[in-house]
Design a protein around this ligand. Sequence first.
Ligand code: AHG
Ligand code: MN
Ligand code: MN
Length: 335
Amino acid sequence: MTKKISLTRYLVEQQRVDGHIPGDLRLLLEVVARSCKSISQAVNKGDLGGILGAADTENVQGEMQKQLDIIANEVLIEANEWGGHLAAMASEEMDSIYVVPNRYPQGEYLLMFDPLDGSSNIDVNVSIGTIFSVLKKPEGSPGVSEADFLQPGSQQVAAGYCVYGPQTTLVLTVGDGVVMFSLDREQGSFVLIKENVEIPADTKEFAINMSNMRHWDEPVKRYVDECLAGKEGPRGKDFNMRWVASMVADVHRILTRGGVFLYPWDKREPQKAGKLRLMYEANPMSWLVEQAGGAATNGQQRILDIQPTKLHERVSVILGSKNEVERITSYHGTL
Ligand code: AHG
Ligand code: MN
Ligand code: MN
């Protein structure tokens, strides 16, 4: 029988191997995983737990919140505030940062999350997830403020997501490749299922919300038109299309079998850089994708190099199989 490696054991061993993961970061990751386990439990109950449906409140981005958005946010805050590993948290569902209350010790890490990604899929029983990103509080800055969070994605010290689908799978990077763990509900623990995850450089699968086609910019339109032209077109091969409408599930597919994901800037609201949020959606996903050999850009610039100017900043996202992302970048005239 092959030995099962739990997330706890994996992290302890990583901490031991040339101090790869500092003790406080290990604790942080364990607590995030525990929160995801509890969110997974709530997702699993669905209607039986009375947690489906709208909450009748709006978040800072003017989006209607679902009950589960709020529950997942609370689970993450409550689990993470007392351990002494964090200085502050930020979330899609909170206007401003949440500083660890004075009654608890303050740590040196900053945690950001999209507590529930794919909210439109909650009530229809389709895969959703939690996305998270970890930064270190800049040294020498007294107290903690929003400015401490405004670091480019290249500064992340850990990033990952947990997808609540047919299986609950936690995907993680600390800058040394990508690992995946699935929740063993009988044991109540995450178990290692894949190490050294690699995204194939080429693909025949793309993911984009086609209903926005008329609003796209020329380079994106050109790329998708060429995919749609199939074997007879300039690409000389047929493409397949998938769009789950949960970034977490679309990225999970790409980490599993390759592909390219686009949520580009479009003309619907030209003043917005895109729909997805830089700090707790695009950055963690971009780092995971790069760590698995893929690429991530906004069309002009590597996403991880973008200097954020505000917490809830939006960004255009193109990520996945390397050769495909490079092709789209070249259509933008930036390669
Ligand atoms: P969230 O539920 O956290 O607001 O994020 C939803 C995002 C992302 O997960 C997904 O790729 C995209 O919105 C779907 O957008 P459309 O409904 O426009 O396809
Ligand atoms: Mn999201
Ligand atoms: Mn969300």
